[in-house]
Design a protein around this ligand. Structure first.
Ligand SMILES: C[S@@+](CC[C@H](N)C(=O)[O-])C[C@H]1O[C@@H](n2cnc3c(N)ncnc32)[C@H](O)[C@@H]1O
Length: 240
């Protein structure tokens, strides 16, 4: 039902639609829990258009396992899960507030192929992730949207190291955000954005694809493709 609803309405419209069925108080409580990141609403369709090249179509019988790192509000994972029903989605977050939000999206939208979110601090090695249920080389795709530049570099190192451990052979790490290429950051709006990130936190900043390729190599991955995305972002595909 969620898939049909999401085809016609956005998430908030879905909630309005669901209220008569689940009761206003329940839905009101869930809505309070459900963070809404405007960027996630804007970029989700463009990201789906890339993901569809790397995830099985609904007719395929193989079930893919996708681990999302830094899932944020849960808007992406709940939307992607309904678009790609033959994938098992595992969201994760470090922030308790976001973990509540992800749970609220999963429950309110009733998506069945999303596991409860795991608390993961991606800066830590996989061996130190609490309550980790993931098995080495068991993950088909790892997805990380808009975290790399808004987190310390140690998180990016951790992301690539964990992909090196968890992805199966042939699995992909998909990252989305703004990136510099070989020292060149364009356009000027991204230069301003980078400056404002570094002013907010000296450990943040737009990263260079060159540095990510080194981390990929250290973890037996290679950069397979770069997609130009709306609003001067890119999606990077690293394959193990
Ligand atoms: C800009 S938000 C992006 C969220 C979501 N992926 C999206 O696109 O809407 C960045 C997210 O990274 C998460 N994050 C920051 N440091 C992290 C860490 N060490 N481990 C896991 N997640 C982290 C934050 O909690 C935040 O939700």
């Amino acid at each position: 039902m969620v898939e049909v609803l999401q085809k016609w309405f956005n998430t908030l419209d879905c909630i309005k639609f669901l209220t008569p069925y689940f009761g206003f108080r329940t839905i009101q409580y869930k809505v309070k829990q459900m963070l809404v990141f405007p960027a996630s609403e804007r970029n989700k369709d463009a990201i789906i258009n890339v993901l569809k090249h790397y995830l099985p179509d609904p007719k395929n019988e193989k079930k893919f396992f996708v681990l999302e790192v830094a899932s944020g509000s849960g808007q992406h994972v709940s939307c992607f899960a309904s678009k790609f029903p033959n994938c098992q989605w595992q969201p994760s977050e470090v922030s308790a507030r976001c973990l509540h939000s992800i749970n609220a999206y999963i429950e309110s939208l009733g998506v069945k192929n999303v596991l409860p979110p795991m608390k993961i601090d991606v800066a830590l090695p996989v061996s130190q992730w609490k309550d980790n249920t993931l098995i080495t080389s068991s993950v088909d795709m790892m997805l990380c949207i808009n975290m790399i530049h808004i987190a310390p570099w140690q998180c990016t190192i951790g992301l690539f190291n964990s992909a090196g451990v968890l992805l199966n052979s042939g699995g992909v790490l998909v990252t989305y955000g703004p990136y510099a290429i070989d020292g060149q950051l364009t356009p000027q709006s991204n230069v301003h954005f980078d400056r404002s990130l570094r002013q907010e936190n000296i450990e943040y900043g737009v990263r260079d694809v060159r540095d990510l390729k080194k981390l990929a190599k250290d973890n037996k991955m290679t950069l397979e493709k770069v997609y130009d995305m709306p609003a001067n972002n890119k999606t990077l595909i690293f394959r193990k």
